[in-house]
Design a protein around this ligand. Structure first.
Ligand code: ADP
Ligand code: ADP
Length: 227
């Protein structure tokens, strides 16, 4: 599904945020990406969603090498990648329904076809009854679920989340992780960046650890590692 080959990313000023990172995420796999603040987690996700481009190395999605991709092809690649942010980035003056519908509107869906898909996505995150609400009236956990519904509404095979539980208490965090788990069990590949080692260790999934831009560990994280 996803392959990094010796990927480095330097920012202007010469700062190396990622240093020769290689890994593969199989189709249908779920994994965590962890490391301290500044370790390079966001940068790695931005290379997948084509917000940033690598300085060296290659990134493949579904066998497609993103290195040579033309600007006009970027929307087609992004369509395969659902992205969830810590601050959910909802449009505050639009309803929950309209927020979730946005990716479909961009793809040209309208009417009942669009509504059916939006309702299906809201149903999957348990928020059908909030469709008409404005985001400001939602709790933090609910707002994050809307962000997830928006990311999955066009059924991308790959979901990326950047600190999706950063603003949530432990119980709500666990609930959000269960939502990702459910999508994974339905066949979606999932990569979640988080520095919450306690939560990650309890979930028992493959965990890749970045430190200073280098991949220093890749495997199951044990409970004692997080203490
Ligand atoms: P993380 O998500 O693990 O906190 P980031 O990928 O956000 O790490 O950042 C890795 C390093 O790269 C940090 O030192 C950060 O300050 C730096 N960095 C991130 N984005 C930029 C940018 N646009 N320009 C310069 N430096 C950046
Ligand atoms: P996150 O919390 O997701 O790791 P950050 O707060 O590190 O994100 O970064 C927020 C934004 O600022 C990102 O777009 C990142 O690329 C940019 N950024 C981070 N560090 C720097 C930096 N040192 N110089 C310029 N831009 C940066």
């Amino acid at each position: 599904m996803l392959r990094f080959e010796q990927v480095s990313k330097g920012y202007s000023g010469g700062f190396v945020a990622l240093d020769r990172v290689s890994f593969e995420l199989a189709k249908g796999e779920m994994a965590f990406l962890t490391g301290h603040s500044g370790a390079g987690k966001s940068t790695l996700l931005k290379l997948i969603s084509l917000i940033e481009r690598p300085s060296a190395g290659r990134v493949f999605i579904n066998g497609v090498d993103l290195t040579g991709i033309k600007p006009r092809q970027i929307p087609y690649v992004r369509r395969d990648v659902g992205m969830i942010f810590q601050d959910h980035r909802l449009l505050m003056n639009h309803s929950v329904f309209d927020n979730v519908a946005l990716p479909l509107v961009i793809e040209g869906f309208t009417g009942r076809d669009m509504a059916k898909r939006v309702h299906a996505a809201l149903d999957q995150v348990g928020l059908l009854d909030k469709a008409r609400c404005l985001p400001a009236t939602l709790s933090g956990g609910e707002a994050q679920r809307v962000g997830i519904a928006r990311a999955v509404v066009n059924k991308p095979p790959l979901l990326l989340a950047d600190e999706p539980t950063g603003n949530l208490d432990p119980d709500l965090s666990k609930d959000i992780m269960r939502v990702f788990e459910a999508f994974n069990q339905a066949g979606v590949s999932v990569l979640v960046a988080s520095h919450d080692l306690g939560l990650i260790a309890r979930m028992r999934y493959r965990t890749m650890t970045l430190k200073g831009g280098k991949m220093i560990n890749d495997g199951l994280l044990h409970q004692e590692d997080s203490e």
